[in-house]
Each structure stands twice: as structure tokens, then as C-alpha cells.
Ligand binder design. Sequence first.
Ligand code: HBI
Ligand code: FE
Length: 306
Amino acid sequence: MSKDSLDKGIASAQHYTPGDGWTPGDLDFFTVPQKKFNADEHDIWKALYKRQLDILPKRAISLFMDSLSTLGINQERIPDFTEVNEILMKRSGWQVVAVPGLIPDEPFFELLANRRFPAGNFIRTREQMDYIQEPDVFHDLFGHVPILADPVFGDYMEAYGKGGLRAAKLGTIDKLARLYWYTVEFGLIQEPQGLRIYGAGILSSPTESVFCLESESPHRIKFDLKRVLQTHYQIDDFQDNYFVIDSFKQLFDETYVDFAPIYKDLENSLINDSGALAAGDKILHKGTGTYAMEANRRRMLRREKK
Ligand code: HBI
Ligand code: FE
């Protein structure tokens, strides 16, 4: 696979494997020049941005709203990565780089380990305003990048990347990926003013931003590393549990440890069903599970129709 063909789009990007020519240490292999977006694409960004601005004040972590403006991520247009990077580098040493779409796990981890965050080089269509499976520039730039301006969170992400490279060697990526999911994508944080969102998957979704904080249905549980490593998640629906941290410092300290003995310890223990409570959970809100039951019923009906 030549580097040229990477520019052709995201459809084929999912099929790359490290065997396609990437070798460890090649940080530039999957990166491409940022696309020149057209007026319609900038309008889609604007609509997505506006919708979130109506919802996120008092729901997003306070750092998030501040960061959007200091990093120059505004609603007028899809940001120019070079301009964002100039400020982001000074604040936390992170950079954003454009990639055609999902890239394989190891090069993904390696970019993070080098404080580079890969952002999708495309934006969803008007038909995909509410949900898109692959991370686009709105999810990545609006959801992830503001939090990366925090140096402690930046250190956590770098450590995660390094841990990912070790997990790849140990064959434990599935466990480590749950940590990413329940923190970086769907994490909640207890701030003095109340429970707030820091996970990018939530910050870029209008419905989940409300659901995760206000619905009676999901459990809200204090973050515990082993518990998270052992808990299934919902890939294409609202989560059945959200894990709550007290601070990025706590998250960093509890995860900046050698995972090898932990993986070993968990080797023969069962993975928690995504909606089930576990022994030792510090429960902040015990979910009713009503949404999950409805969602399961809908999934079953869909399956019957097929
Ligand atoms: N690639 N561009 C991109 N963005 C991601 O978030 C991403 C990826 N490749 C792999 C991946 N995420 C995850 O599956 C790993 O965290 C396990
Ligand atoms: Fe993401």
C-alpha cells in the first residue's frame, strides 16, 4: 500500500494492517495534509458546534468551554490544525495531525505516545448529524482536543499510548481499550459545581450529553481501574455505566502503574456485563436500566425482521 493511496479516503483506511507497510517508529506513515474543506462542510461543522453549545454549559467540565476559545476552536469554520497546534503545543506539548480515518491500533498508540492526536480528515454528512461510527473532525477536534490542552490529561494520554504499545505485545489490547472507552471517550468527572462530562464521545453527542448526567437509567460508579478493565461497553448506543473520576490527577496516578501484573491477575476473571453492578462498586447512582431494556428489545425486534 503506497502512501499516496492513503489520501483517497477513509473507506479503505479501516483495512490497513501494520503489514501494509507501517513500521514501528514511523510517525508520519498515516498522516496526511489537512483537507481544504468546502463551504458546505464548514456549515455542517457550524451546525454541530451550535447544537452542542446549547447543551454543554454546566454539563461539560469547565476546562472544556475555556479551552475551545483559547485554542481558537470556534463555530465559524473547521479549525486550521496549524493554528490550533501553535497554541496547543505551548499549553501541553500536544499536536493534532490529520489521518484519513481509523488507523490500526499500534500506529494509533505510537502517535499518542508521542503526544500527537490523530484527527479524522473528513466531516460527517447531513444525514449523519446524530451518529457516525468513525471519528470525524468534529468528534476529534471538538470532543478530544480541548481536553488535551490540560497538561495532566495530556500526560495521561501519552502514558495510555505507551501502555497500548505494551498491551499490543502482551495481547491485552481488549482490556486496555476499555480504559480508553470509559475515560477518554465516556468519562465523567466530579467537579465542585457538580457532575460534569470530560469524555469526547459524550461531548460530541447532543443526546448522550443529557442522558449520561440526567437519565435514571445508567449506573454512575466511582472509577476503579480493575473494574473498568473488566467491563464490556456499548459500541453503538448509550452506555449502561459511566465511571466518575475526581480529577485528572487521580486518573493519572491510578493508571500510571505497571499493568503487566494487573493483566495477569485478571487473566481468569469474568468480564462484567455492561449493565451489571459488581462487588466493591462505589455507586453514585444506581441505574434503573430502563433505557437498556428498551434498547435490547429494539435490537431483538430488528434481528427478528432480518
Ligand atoms: N484510529 N484515527 C483513529 N482514531 C481512533 O480513535 C482510533 C484509531 N485506531 C484504533 C483505535 N482508535 C482504538 O481501537 C484503540 O484505542 C484500541
Ligand atoms: Fe474518540
